[in-house]
Design a protein around this ligand. Sequence first.
Ligand SMILES: C[S@@+](CC[C@H](N)C(=O)[O-])C[C@H]1O[C@@H](n2cnc3c(N)ncnc32)[C@H](O)[C@@H]1O
Length: 194
Amino acid sequence: MTKIQRILEYFQKKGLRRYLTRDDLIQLFVLGQNVPENGYILEIGSGTGWSTVAFGVASKAPERNIRLISIDPFESYLDEYDTLKEGWKGDYKLFKENISAFGLKVESILKKSSEAVGDIQDYSLDLLFIDGCHTYSVVRADILQYRSKVKADGTLCGHDYWATHPGVVKAVNEIFGRDRIRVLGTSVWVVKQV
Ligand SMILES: C[S@@+](CC[C@H](N)C(=O)[O-])C[C@H]1O[C@@H](n2cnc3c(N)ncnc32)[C@H](O)[C@@H]1O
């Protein structure tokens, strides 16, 4: 069984809502594999941990001394896509359980991204993945507040660049210009130089 299949099976068996298509999961895997030894991965918005596990397993975080950091308050919030009927109820315990099942350790910052900006040093990140709240204003703020945290040769990327999330598309296009964006898989947006 491939590592990607193992991740899919694990989360599916638990009946957890899937936020990533298989294609997106594969793309996150490739991005994770490209993180150098002793590197630093930050994710804004971890949910139940699909993407965190993808980055951690792909980068071989424990063996290659890669720091995995998650910024997520695990509180209910209103998101554009769900517009929202019920709101997301985060479950930090479940997130940790899922991470541990893959032998990974994550440094969790249990804050909203807007409150955690000062916790991350400028030009320190090899990979930043933005997948927190998907409203236009929050995605815009996440990019503007965190882009300087990424190293000059690092990768800034995020999720849900597609029609179901017009706020993401608008914010990303406005800030970078459509020509600078690569869309991988179904909806992973990537900007190489920030
Ligand atoms: C779509 S889920 C993330 C899915 C996850 N990246 C994955 O692929 O499995 C969005 C997450 O963003 C978190 N979130 C919502 N608003 C946030 C904010 N302002 N700052 C940081 N995280 C936020 C939610 O708690 C939720 O866990």
